[in-house]
Write a protein that binds this ligand. Structure first.
Ligand SMILES: *[C@@H]1O[C@H](CO)[C@@H](O)[C@H](O)[C@H]1NC(C)=O
Ligand SMILES: *[C@@H]1O[C@H](CO)[C@@H](O)[C@H](O)[C@H]1NC(C)=O
Ligand SMILES: *[C@@H]1O[C@H](CO)[C@@H](O)[C@H](O)[C@H]1NC(C)=O
Ligand SMILES: *[C@@H]1O[C@H](CO)[C@@H](O)[C@H](O)[C@H]1NC(C)=O
Ligand SMILES: *[C@@H]1O[C@H](CO)[C@@H](O)[C@H](O)[C@H]1NC(C)=O
Ligand SMILES: *[C@@H]1O[C@H](CO)[C@@H](O)[C@H](O)[C@H]1NC(C)=O
Ligand SMILES: *[C@@H]1O[C@H](CO)[C@@H](O)[C@H](O)[C@H]1NC(C)=O
Ligand SMILES: *[C@@H]1O[C@H](CO)[C@@H](O)[C@H](O)[C@H]1NC(C)=O
Length: 554
């Protein structure tokens, strides 16, 4: 009895612990069989057969996972649709340069696509520390010799250095597709792909339906993903006649981060490994305002800090339907005044919007903004225009929307100017009301300043009076007083009073309304590298951390 359980234990350990064949490379004579694995040179990634937890017994897949963390996190799967059912499986490199998986009956269950170029008898397949499995046609490993690489065939995960986008020469797409379920790596219903119509823009699809877009790329940001501005990793979008793709690089090789399309939730999610677990860095769709085209044509969504969605019409537009409610604006908006298609039209700028979907927009890379305006005015189907590239704070190029404006959402912060075409009478009306508002704001500001000064003076008097009273009390009863503040006990112990001031400023000021634009370094510092004592609790999407006060001190 006892012997049996020990044997069982050994068996469990044996199947759990992979056997590394002490190399990162296979050539035409070597192979990976059963529980053997490849380990990348510096030990970052491992490749071998695995069975997802919960999958039918005996099914194995070739995958790549992180070698240094205790949670097996698979970032790439070779035979996602063709598991090995008859174990043991064998992975080998065939003389024609294809990677091949055969099962226990010597039946081929999967093979990689044909290599580019000729392969020699010295060809190798090597697992790199980036997590890329590379077939080198001559075994040299040089970039010219790359005949096939796993990075060209993403599954559901984008690792640093991996591309998501399109190769215009071949029409090939680097897209990410979710797993069907945590137990089944076969392609699920969620896909992320790039569409390069006018401006490049990434779309999250559920089956054929668009459910979220990142917003068009304006040379600086994807206008619907404010979290891209971070110091922990560098987001890059490359666009040239050959290819358009996004990738990212991490500043520290010890930082483990991955971007995943989750099959169970349908979220595009960035994880960061810290404190022994995968932490949620950001995800989209974040709130109902992220839903694709939620507020219909010429409408835009706004989610306040409480995340209650609200639809509004662009300036100069009104709801199409009388039944249009703030929560369901899917019918969209129509113009208050028809365009005259000539001198009778003008433009009204809005600047705090995710740009409208630009897949059908037209880009003129060499035009100035003024020429752009002229071009838009001269074409009756033009609805709006904007600069195509605002890199370095300079307006370059021109985008023209000759379609309904879709999929906008409002942000508290400025994104870039979008000029909406309206009848001149509507532009004038908006201008008058904006001027009125500015005047009113001025009046209110002056009034507020005066009453603020009065209040401050009053508070000063009160404080002076109370301090005096307290000092009197303290003299009478030492040790008592108001350092027992129940609300403060959860705060970070090393909070100094000076920092408290900072915090009060932060939580009372306008910053509060801004989108969470924290960069990872700040988050890591603020949470003591996601330390357990900084953890406040667990939300539906993962742990919630106390933002320590180092935020202001960048
Ligand atoms: C690897 O698998 C073989 C046969 O499948 C088995 O005999 C061996 O014990 C395993 N080794 C380990 C360390 O898992
Ligand atoms: C597996 O099949 C290949 C080609 O079909 C053959 O060359 C090889 O000898 C077979 N191996 C075994 C163990 O049957
Ligand atoms: C993803 O890209 C591949 C390769 O270009 C393509 O065959 C496939 O259809 C794409 N998947 C989706 C869902 O678009
Ligand atoms: C935007 O402009 C910058 C500066 O000229 C340039 O480096 C970058 O390639 C441009 N981006 C695109 C997408 O055209
Ligand atoms: C585009 O590809 C061609 C060959 O395919 C190459 O010569 C050229 O340098 C590439 N251009 C860019 C911008 O990468
Ligand atoms: C873009 O054009 C295609 C083809 O005309 C159309 O089916 C699609 O709805 C358009 N998309 C937008 C956002 O206007
Ligand atoms: C107006 O713009 C649309 C879309 O950019 C274009 O298809 C059409 O040819 C333009 N018409 C004229 C008269 O330039
Ligand atoms: C608003 O009115 C001012 C003063 O008449 C004018 O200078 C400005 O260009 C107008 N703005 C727009 C967007 O028409």
């Amino acid at each position: 009895m006892r012997r049996r359980s020990v044997a069982l234990l050994l068996l469990v350990a044996a199947t759990y612990l992979p056997v590394s064949i002490a190399t990162d490379t296979i050539d035409l004579t070597a192979s990976i069989a059963g529980n053997q694995t490849l380990l990348s040179a510096r030990g970052a990634f491992r490749l071998g057969f695995f069975s997802p937890p919960g999958s039918p017994a005996g099914r194995t897949y070739i995958g790549i996972w992180y070698a240094r963390i205790p949670v097996q996190t698979v970032v790439w799967v070779a035979n996602r649709q063709n598991p090995v059912v008859q174990s043991p499986g064998v992975l080998k490199l065939s003389p024609d340069g294809r990677l091949v998986i055969v099962d226990g009956q010597n039946t081929t269950v999967w093979s990689s696509s044909a290599p580019t170029g000729d392969v020699t008898t010295k060809a190798t397949a090597q697992l790199l520390d980036s997590g890329n499995l590379v077939v080198s046609s001559d075994g040299s490993g040089s970039s010219q010799s790359v005949a096939w690489q796993s990075f060209d065939y993403p599954t559901d995960t984008q690792l640093p250095g991996m591309k998501v986008g399109v190769d215009h020469r071949s029409g090939f797409a680097w897209n990410m597709t979710s797993w069907s379920s945590p137990a089944d790596p076969s392609p699920g219903q969620y896909t992320v792909k790039l569409i390069t119509g006018g401006l490049p823009e990434f779309f999250l699809f559920r089956g054929p339906a668009k459910i979220f877009t990142t917003g068009p790329w304006n040379g600086v940001v994807l206008t619907g993903v404010p979290e891209l501005k971070t110091e922990a990793y560098t987001f890059v979008l490359v666009s040239n006649p050959n290819e358009t793709y996004s990738t990212y690089y991490i500043s520290s090789p010890s930082l483990l981060t991955r971007l995943v399309v989750e099959g169970s939730t349908g979220l595009l999610q960035r994880y960061v490994w810290a404190d022994g677990a995968w932490n949620n860095f950001w995800y989209h769709p974040t709130d109902p305002c992220d839903s694709y085209a939620r507020c219909g044509p010429f409408g835009f969504a706004y989610c306040d800090t409480a995340h209650s969605p609200e639809c509004s019409c662009l300036p100069g537009f009104q709801p199409r339907s009388r039944k249009w409610s703030f929560r369901d604006g899917s019918g969209g908006c129509i113009r208050k005044t028809k365009l005259s298609c000539g001198d009778g039209d003008g433009f009204w700028p809005v600047n705090n919007m995710k740009l409208p979907e630009a897949t059908n927009a037209t880009v003129h890379a060499d035009m100035t903004l003024d020429e752009c305006r002229q071009l838009c005015l001269a074409n009756c189907s033009c609805r709006a225009y904007s600069a195509a590239n605002i890199s370095g704070g300079v307006n370059r190029g021109c985008v023209i929307w000759a379609t309904d404006l879709l999929n906008m959402r409002q942000y508290p912060a400025v994104v870039q100017d979008l000029y909406i075409r309206l009848a001149q009478s509507d532009v004038d009306a908006l201008n008058v009301s904006a001027a009125g508002k500015r005047r009113r704001t001025l009046v209110i500001a002056v009034a507020a300043a005066i009453s603020g000064a009065l209040l401050l003076a009053a508070a000063g008097c009160l404080c002076f009076w109370r301090c005096k009273a307290r000092r009197k009390r303290q003299l009478q009863a030492p040790g008592s007083g108001d350092n027992v503040l129940p609300f403060r006990t959860r705060k970070h112990p090393d909070l100094s009073p000076a920092r408290e001031d900072d915090e009060n400023k932060m939580s009372c000021g306008e910053d509060d309304l801004d989108l969470p634009l924290f960069d990872l370094a700040v988050i890591l510092a603020a949470t003591d590298n996601f330390a357990a004592e900084s953890k406040l609790g667990e939300g539906g999407f993962g742990p919630v951390y106390l933002e320590g006060l180092r935020m202001g001190k960048k």
